[in-house]
Design a protein around this ligand. Sequence first.
Ligand SMILES: NC(=O)C1=CN([C@@H]2O[C@H](COP(=O)(O)OP(=O)(O)OC[C@H]3O[C@@H](n4cnc5c(N)ncnc54)[C@H](OP(=O)(O)O)[C@@H]3O)[C@@H](O)[C@H]2O)C=CC1
Ligand SMILES: CC(=O)N[C@@H](CCC(=O)OP(=O)(O)O)C(=O)O
Length: 344
Amino acid sequence: MVRIGIVGGTGYTGVELLRLLAAHPQARVETITSRSEEGVRVVDMYPNLRGHYDDLKFSVPDTAALGQCDVVFFATPHGVAHSLAAELLATGTRIIDLSADFRLSDAQLWSKWYGQPHGAPELLGEAVYGLPEVNRDAIRNARLIAVPGCYPTSVQLGLIPLLEKGLAQPDNLIADCKSGVSGAGRGTNLGSLFCEATESMKAYAVGGHRHLPEIRQGLQRAAGREVGLTFVPHLTPMIRGIHSTLYAQVPDRSVDLQQLFEERYANEPFVDVLPAGSHPETRSVRGANVCRLAVHRPQGGDLVVVLSVIDNLVKGASGQAIQNMNIALGLDERMGLELPALMP
Ligand SMILES: NC(=O)C1=CN([C@@H]2O[C@H](COP(=O)(O)OP(=O)(O)OC[C@H]3O[C@@H](n4cnc5c(N)ncnc54)[C@H](OP(=O)(O)O)[C@@H]3O)[C@@H](O)[C@H]2O)C=CC1
Ligand SMILES: CC(=O)N[C@@H](CCC(=O)OP(=O)(O)O)C(=O)O
């Protein structure tokens, strides 16, 4: 059994980790933290988990208890993993961080976008970016894994097949992305209130969102050169889901894009390339650890449109985190993650 700790267990990604780990045959959650709900039973806060975690209570973060675990997930705001990672790694515990603390390889770039000094630059050398479809070999045996952000997962999976082959012009890529409100987390936030977020839709952070450098870093690795990207996130009136509409100029019209995408992801258990002409829906991935993609070349022109959908809390966070754990520990990558989406 893999002994698991979760830091930040009351949040949306924390409870999603619990839901998914309940179906994982090798996982046992030993400790789960919350500073505000210390002593509260997990199932009293989350009755959907009754029968699974009846004896588990939230406790304040304690590195001694966390250090007893084989794997600790951080489902916390940025900066928390920075402060605890070195101490935990020294005990031999693996860290899988759902926050952005270790996603950017450049500490100065991180400071610029996150508005605070990087708290653990000395660990960046060993941090592995946990996008299995790109980095599987490095994830095996990794001790410190940075789980990609939700928008970055959907955008990278949609564009890398074109960039890896040098087919897309890299200077003017566009990612037009829509997110459900759970992407903003569970903390009180005016924009997430029912009256603010339903029956309405808005773009935000058009001038620059903190996922921009992360997406650019991943696309640049795929392209092997600098890329120019316009990324516009939107808040949409749904609870879960990200829908990314991606635009790239692909002047070589002789390429069979459907075949390219199908071949690129043929061996990927959690990327599903839909048949030509498809329009993936967010509800087709709700609750499932999968990215569904469709590639279009409207009117046969140079402009290619890729549609990419994920559940922000699953392939965009907690499911991908467990996928990383499985790979790092040498387990079957699909273990505990094969449930289909909830539909409707
Ligand atoms: N929501 C999403 O779709 C996605 C989120 N992420 C990232 O995952 C992380 C968690 O997100 P989400 O679950 O939405 O966040 P929430 O705001 O819903 O939950 C945050 C959790 O962290 C705990 N926490 C807050 N501050 C601290 C602290 N200083 N020390 C220890 N624990 C703390 C909170 O509990 P308490 O205050 O009681 O200790 C709570 O359990 C974030 O970094 C987020 O950006 C990544 C991809 C997608
Ligand atoms: C809808 C919404 O507010 N989404 C969040 C991004 C989701 C998230 O938690 O960001 P990380 O993946 O980097 O941790 C935002 O735009 O800030």
